[in-house]
Each structure stands twice: as structure tokens, then as C-alpha cells.
Unconditional design. Sequence first.
Lengths: 305, 41
Amino acid sequence: MTQTAPLVLPADWRDFFALTKPRVMSLVIFTGLCGLLAAPGSIHPVLGFTAILCIALGAGGAAALNQWWEADLDAGMKRTAKRPLPAGRMQRGDARDFGIALSVASVLVMGLAIGWLAAGILALSILYYAVVYTIWLKPRTPQNIVIGGGAGAFPPLIGWVAVTGEITMMPVLLFAIIFFWTPPHFWALALFVKSDYAKVGIPMMPVARGETSTRRQILAYAVLLVPIAAAPWFIGGTGMVYGLAALALSLAFLALSLPVAFRQTGTDDAMKPEKRLFAFSILYLFALFAVLVVDRVLVVNGVTA
Amino acid sequence: MTPEEDIERKRRQRSRNLVMGGLLLFFVVLFYAITIVRMGD
């Protein structure tokens, strides 16, 4: 009698695409593109496109590695249970190999086509997300999001460096904006999906330190974001249009965090202030980086100082 | 493997091959374009 291994259907290409977290990638592409467009100097459109493609491929590779490592955790959460690995539509090793291939290819192409400084930062961002955040910090500390947020902050820095070939104060500030934006953005989400994280034992802030502490910290980061978002204007890196828009957007962000900071979840709570803050936080980042580019265009054309 | 599974397996393989072929073609064109641009630097 011979035993045969159970036949497994090959994964659909759409499942490989889903591994790259396309929705997260859209924000990565957008902020990377804004960093590239706002940087002083110019880059050939083909090389600019290649740089953004590499940033997107790197983010996709890191996302695939994240899902490979967290397949068991994802299976236990309603929000993530339908992903290709927990749903059983793909073999785990395939996801790992796909993630590694995307990551390595993105760094190599970035190095060969754009430059090795941009490629080095891209490699660092992938390792930061896949290893420092996913494997090391996420299961160990409620500060996981604060440190892990750094991974999402790299794209505008890489886009900027792809044009200028050097790290200056401006791209570091763009990094800082996303770094300080991530905790209130993610904790607002964690407040209304906290039961899921608690179920799989991930020490998200609302689970590990409690709701009150999380709400106060959201406010603290929203306060910090006001001067940090406007800092590119303060140091003379942008014009007035960006400066005023950054202040207005950050003050609106702060105003929406206030009701979140000073309330408690009731029974059958619809969590409207938290959902409103989460939705606005996405709009905030898109608007802030869009204004950064608009401001650059206005300054270059002599419309504003 | 049932006939239905076999049809599904072939469909998935065909669509994966098409996507892979398209990606390879895209990267050939991209590397050609990058080479031309970099030669002009």
C-alpha cells in the first residue's frame, strides 16, 4: 500500500497579491511619491517610477513576511482570518519565499537603478518591519506600535533620498511625522477591535495598559504631532501653504483626539469618536503629504515664498 | 482529484503563468528603459 500526500491546489495569483496588503501599500506608495516629488532636485521619470516601484515591492515583501510569521495569530482574529494563509488557500512556505523574493528584488533593483543609500534604507525598513516589529516587538511589548511605526515612516525618506542621494533634516522630519502619527492612528483602531487582539494574546496598548492609559497616550501623540508636522515650515524647508495647512490639519487631529482621550467605553458602545479619529487620521496623512507636494510646486514656480 | 478540482487547478496554473509572463515582460521593458536612462547620465 502506498500513501500519497494530499493534493493541494496551487494558490491563485490574487492570493499572492493579497499577501502584499495592497491597501497599506497605497499609503506607502503615496507617501513615498510625495517624498520624491517634494525633494529639491529632479529625477528622470523612469527612475522616479522605479524608485516608487521598489518602495512598493519592498513594502509588499515585508507584508508577506509579516503574514507568513503571523499566520496562526491571524487565524484567531476576525479581521484577519480570511487572509490567504489562515484561510488555507496557500502553503506557508510559499508566502515566506514570495516575501523574501520581493524584498531581495526590490533592494537590488533600487541599488542598481537609483543608488545604494536608498537601497540600504529600503533594506533597513524591510528588516525593521519583518524582524524588529513582527517577530521581536509586536508579541513582547505594548509599545510595539510606537517602535514598529518606524517601518511605515521610511517611504517618504526613501523617496527623498532617491532624488537627493543624501539624508538631511527634511526627510528625517517626514519620517518623524509618520512615526508620531502611527500610535494615535493605530490605537484608535485597537480601541474598537481590542477584543480580537486580546484573544490572540498580542499586548496592544488597550489590552496591556488599559483603556484610560491608551486614550491619554493618543492625546499626547496628537499634541506632539502639531509642532512636528509644522516643523518642515519652521526650519524653512517648505513654504507658508504647507505650514498653515499642517497646523490646521494637526489642530483638527488634536480636536478629534480630545473626545477620545476623555471618555470611557460604555456597554454597547458604537465607539464613534474612535472610529471618527481613525478615519480622519488616514485623511490627515494623505492631505498633509499632498499639501507638501503642492507647496513645493508653488514655491518652485514662485507663487509663494 | 475530482474533474472539477482538475479544471480549477488548470485554471489557476494558466492565470499564474499569464501573470508571471506579464511581470517578466514588464521587467524586461523596465530594465531596458533604466539602462537607456543611466547611459545618458
